[in-house]
Design a protein around this ligand. Structure first.
Ligand code: NAD
Length: 292
């Protein structure tokens, strides 16, 4: 039997449509959410990400404010821009595209963002709220992972969930979100002793490692839900580069449901960013959180 493929593209399209519908309702109340994206330098991959984020923001009926600073911008320049955006009532959300050039401390920049506008959910206050189980803005990729897992099984309560990876932007927040869903959560990482033994017990596996095809088919518990966060560019047999996940393709023959790469977690990240921007806009105006 082969796994159900969790179609992140269409699930993300549905979420984007719900965001757009909410934006239309807010428009009747003269509320127009806006996202400011700050890009420092001209890293080609970052430029592509920023363009696709701005396009998605506008397609959802929101305002996009793009700010490009040169690669040699100082930390003070970036902090000054962030402070200006914090004060701008038209800006509901602020996203500073990472990585930043070496002369700029990303932690300082993230901490300068008003937590109420921190749509990436990286500010320590939002990270702390998530750790405490309090409402706040939650990182987009982890949020997307949980939404996808719940399409395979609406209640994750009591599942043995294994998160591979402990980064602050994926592994840790996804583990905390799964805990909030009442899963029994284990976090594995580069120093974990026997990873296959852990994966074989996991009803839900989230792989956020950054190593191509690392998790093998015979590590997967039959019927498990597998969420593959990895985005790894490798050279194909034809010499062209292609993107693969952290989980070997053979896992689809063992799992119960699995996300493809590409077309799984990736599209959810931008959709959740749009949702967070609407949530932030509502919270800033004292409106109740939209049901997205
Ligand atoms: P990271 O490098 O910050 O963290 C990787 C984690 O994997 C670390 O915690 C490390 O301990 C763990 N790890 C490394 N080698 C391991 C091993 N052999 N066994 C077990 N654990 C191991 O990466 P990240 O930012 O968390 O991203 C992880 C992956 O997710 C990358 O491929 C990245 O491109 C992808 N990603 C995708 C999206 C998306 O939108 N789909 C968003 C963010 C990250």
């Amino acid at each position: 039997m082969s796994a159900r493929i969790i179609d992140g593209k269409s699930i993300a399209a549905d979420l984007r449509a719900r965001v757009a519908a909410t934006v239309r309702v807010l428009d009747e109340q003269s509320v127009r959410p806006g996202l400011a994206v700050v890009l420092v330098g001209a890293d080609p991959a970052s430029e592509i990400y920023v363009r696709s984020k701005s396009r998605a923001v506008m397609e959802a009926g929101m305002r996009a404010f793009d700010h490009k600073l040169p690669a040699d911008a100082s930390e003070a320049d970036v902090l000054a821009l962030v402070r200006k955006l914090n004060q701008d009532a038209d800006v509901s959300g602020i996203l500073v595209q990472l990585p930043l050039p070496a002369q700029i401390d990303p932690h300082k920049v993230i901490e300068a963002i008003d937590p109420a506008k921190d749509v990436d959910g990286f500010h320590p206050l939002n990270a702390g709220r998530l750790a405490r189980g309090l409402p706040g803005l939650v990182p987009c990729t982890p949020l997307g992972c949980v939404i996808l897992a719940k399409t395979a099984r609406p209640s994750l309560a009591g599942l043995n969930a294994l998160v591979i990876g402990r980064s602050g932007i994926v592994g840790k927040p996804v583990a905390q979100l799964l805990l909030a869903e009442d899963a029994t959560v284990t976090i594995a990482h580069s120093r974990t002793a026997d990873l296959p033994a852990l994966t074989r017990q996991a009803d839900l596996l989230v792989a956020a490692i950054g190593r191509p095809n690392y998790v093998k088919a015979d590590w997967i518990k039959p019927g498990a839900i597998v969420i593959d966060v990895g985005i790894n560019r490798i050279a194909g047999a034809d010499g062209k580069s292609r993107v693969v996940g952290d989980v070997d393709a053979g896992a689809a023959a063992v799992a119960g449901a699995i996300t493809p790469v590409p077309g799984g977690v990736g599209p959810m990240t931008i959709a959740c960013l749009l949702a967070n921007t609407v949530r932030a806009a509502c919270a800033q105006r004292g409106l109740s959180a939209p049901a997205l």
